[in-house]
Design a protein. Structure first.
Length: 63
């Protein structure tokens, strides 16, 4: 994402604008206190805010 947030999950679908639907999602948000994890059942990511896609990544700690 263009912000300090990353998402991992299973891709359910996408469209021509790269809007993405994920399920079994983990959100990683980088804060001054460290990385905050939040579990979500499903989410829609707006394609205009997506900066990079990494297939098979498990989140920021796997890099």
């Amino acid at each position: 994402m263009k912000s300090e947030r990353e998402f991992t999950g299973t891709l359910l679908g996408f469209d021509d604008y790269v809007n993405i639907v994920l399920e079994d999602v983990t959100e990683f948000e980088t804060t001054p206190q460290g990385v905050k994890k939040t579990k979500l059942a499903q989410t829609l990511l707006n394609g205009s805010n997506i900066a990079m896609l990494i297939p098979g990544s498990d989140g920021p700690e796997s890099s």
